[in-house]
Design a protein around this ligand. Structure first.
Ligand code: IPM
Ligand code: MG
Length: 361
């Protein structure tokens, strides 16, 4: 088998701690399958700003260019809060998304049976939740032009961002939504704000039109504010959700609560020439450096890499089963700790999952 190159960009904060655990698991897969993975590390975000002054140095970009997939940690932190806007750590991640045209961000949120009580929501609400948020990732408010700040004659200031979508940008992510729904429970909810925004009116028209090509998928539309409520009131009504960039950013954080903790949520950013896999949680500065962060989101992101990029779906399932197995045996990191469970740190959780996985080959 030819060598499969993975660019590893841990970034900042807990990204530095959880990413090696995902690599550990991928190395276990390589040993089990005989697949040949090559890992090459690069700097991004605040770490890259400290070293080079740039959130995405040319060397890191070049490393990603020649990789088959990118395994990403997280970027940002209080240390870089005062750097100029266009040089913030987050710009490194946004540049990767835009430059590689990773327009579809898949964020699954499932409530594992043994973590039902880890969620602050009632068991009767979260039990059985299994949904997928597909967030458009390369357009909308995040990238729309014009975008600027200006001084006004009276000495005050004005700032402008633009929510812009072309019909092509909507159609390609909506198509991804239908295709993903088809592999799940055949139900797609398109989320917009068409009662207010013209962008959303176009969004809704295009999604509706495309829906005719997918008669086997039940399509419904929901306004973003109503969706925010429904996600915590009746999350089991959702299967696949497709929505624009900013709505998806907000709603996917909310969906994380359904899974018990942000530390459980993986993501895949796909559609472009290569794909990027990252945990949904950020750098978590409050717990960074303590060895207590939950590596499961990073490890499940590696499972998504196996499924969507490396064409190793059976091994993706193995990794997911290994995670369940370790949770089933009562091991928990601090974020999902409950009475009667065994508290473990980041590396220990990674070791346990790798060991469980090893037993499956
Ligand atoms: C996310 C994050 C990023 C975003 C930040 C770090 C730029 O919140 O991936 O959800 O806003 O997209
Ligand atoms: Mg976010």
């Amino acid at each position: 088998m030819s060598t499969y190159r993975i660019a590893v960009l841990p970034g900042d904060g807990v990204g530095v701690e959880v990413t090696p655990e995902a690599v550990k698991v991928l190395k276990t897969v390589a040993r089990g399958t005989g697949a040949s993975f090559e890992f090459e590390a690069g700097i991004v975000g605040g770490a890259a700003i400290d070293a080079t002054g740039e959130p995405l140095p040319a060397a890191t970009r070049a490393l990603c260019e020649k990789a088959h997939a990118i395994l990403f940690g997280s970027v940002g932190g209080p240390k870089w809060d005062d750097v100029a806007h266009e040089k913030r750590p987050e710009r490194g991640l946004l540049a990767l998304r835009k430059d590689f045209d990773l327009y579809a961000n898949l964020r699954p949120a499932a409530c594992y049976p043994m973590l039902v009580d880890a969620s602050p929501l009632k068991r009767s609400v979260v039990e059985g939740t299994d949904l997928m948020v597909i967030r458009e990732l390369t357009a909308g408010l995040y990238f729309g032009q014009p975008r600027f700040r200006e001084a006004l004659p009276d000495g005050s200031e004005r700032a402008v961002n633009t929510m812009s979508y072309t019909s092509k940008e909507i159609e390609r992510v909506a198509r991804m939504g239908f295709e993903v729904a088809r592999k799940r429970r055949h139900h797609l909810t398109s989320v917009d704000k068409s009662n207010v925004l013209v962008v959303s009116q176009l969004w809704r028209e295009i999604v509706t039109r495309l829906g005719r090509e997918y008669p086997d998928v039940t399509l419904d539309h929901m306004l973003a504010d109503n969706c925010a409520m429904a996600l915590v009131a009746r999350p089991t009504r959702f299967d696949t959700i497709v929505t624009e960039n900013t709505f998806g950013d907000i709603l996917s954080d909310e969906a994380a609560i359904l899974a018990g903790s942000m530390g459980m949520l993986p993501s895949a950013s796909i559609g472009g020439r290569i794909a990027l896999y990252e945990p949904v949680h950020g750098t978590a500065p409050d717990i960074a450096g303590k060895g207590i962060a939950n590596p499961i989101a990073a490890i499940l992101s590696a499972a998504m890499l196996l499924r969507y990029s490396a064409d190793l779906p059976k091994d993706a399932e193995r990794v997911e089963r290994a995670v369940l197995d370790v949770l089933q045996h009562g091991y928990r990191t601090a974020d999902i700790r409950q009475e009667g469970t065994k508290l473990v740190g980041t590396a220990e959780m990674g070791d346990l999952i790798a060991r469980a996985l090893e037993g499956m080959y």
